[in-house]
Design a protein around this ligand. Structure first.
Ligand code: ADP
Ligand code: MG
Length: 255
């Protein structure tokens, strides 16, 4: 579904990504972890086509920049870490924006587009906010609306940049379970970034640890989430508890 080859990004003359290689198979969930400033958001922006890069990003084997905008939007949906919130827009209309790649030029959204927006709002328990102005929602409510817009886009590849950072533990679980359910029923492919390492390991088939713009290690959560690697790259003192539900990361006080 997604192949990233030797992707490099420089911003203001400083190298931010130094040759990233990554493949995500159809139906797979890969989560990129790494300390603040590692380049996780930059990588998702490059893949999503909102940041210039060198190297190659292939979506279904086609170079991303060769895909017409509309076609690319039908294939890739993104939830940015800090989406721009348009002023005065109703939640429903914002989610409907996700249908833009399917609306004919000079055309209007169809009843089916509206039904899709309604369904996604309901799946994320957001129906009661449909008529509210987006900027009046709480941070967590708004974050679920951002995801709703991306899901309404019905693209097979989802790029999620810290999609649950503002959510309480219950909503976090609901949202991630929904994405995983859609992954299984609709063969969605997910590339996410996440700070909660236990949760990251619980949902991803594979983790990629990024540090200083380069991949340190990529593989099953069990091999990436080790006390040694987390200490080296996050300067964190943690215990990794291994249970039947996968590694759990517990921060401990410095000795
Ligand atoms: P992460 O998402 O892993 O926390 P980012 O991808 O947002 O990290 O940022 C990676 C690095 O790039 C950071 O050090 C950040 O300060 C830097 N950076 C981001 N945008 C710019 C920019 N426009 N100009 C210069 N540096 C930038
Ligand atoms: Mg980020």
């Amino acid at each position: 579904m997604l192949t990233v080859k030797g992707v490099e990004v420089s911003l203001d003359g400083a190298p931010i990504l130094r040759g990233i290689d990554l493949t995500v198979a159809a139906g797979e969930w890969v989560t990129v972890i790494g300390p603040n400033g590692a380049g996780k958001s930059t990588l998702l922006k490059a893949i999503g086509g909102t940041l210039p890069y060198t190297g190659a990003v292939l979506i279904n084997g086609i170079r991303s920049e060769d895909l017409p905008r509309r076609k690319r939007a039908q294939l890739v949906a993104t939830v940015a870490q800090q989406p721009v919130v348009p002023g005065g827009m109703r939640v429903f209309d914002y989610v409907l924006l996700g249908r833009t790649p399917y609306i004919p030029l000079l055309g209007r959204e169809s009843a089916e587009d509206a039904a899709t927006a309604e369904r996604v709002l309901s799946q994320l328990a957001l129906s009661r906010f449909a008529s509210r102005a987006l900027e009046t929602l709480s941070g967590g409510e708004r974050q679920r609306v951002f995801l709703a817009r991306a899901l309404a886009q019905q693209a097979p590849l989802l790029l999620l940049d810290e999609p649950t950072s503002a959510l309480d533990i219950g909503h976090q679980q609901e949202v991630l379970e929904l994405v995983d359910e859609l992954r299984q029923t609709h063969a969605l492919t997910v590339l996410a970034t996440m700070h909660d390492l236990s949760i990251a390991g619980e949902y991803a088939n594979r983790l990629v640890l990024l540090a200083d713009g380069a991949t340190v290690i990529s593989g099953k959560p069990e091999i990436v989430l080790t006390e040694e690697l987390l200490h080296r790259h996050y300067r964190a003192h943690v215990r990794v508890i291994r249970g039947d539900f996968g590694p759990v990361i517990v921060p401990i006080r410095k000795p």
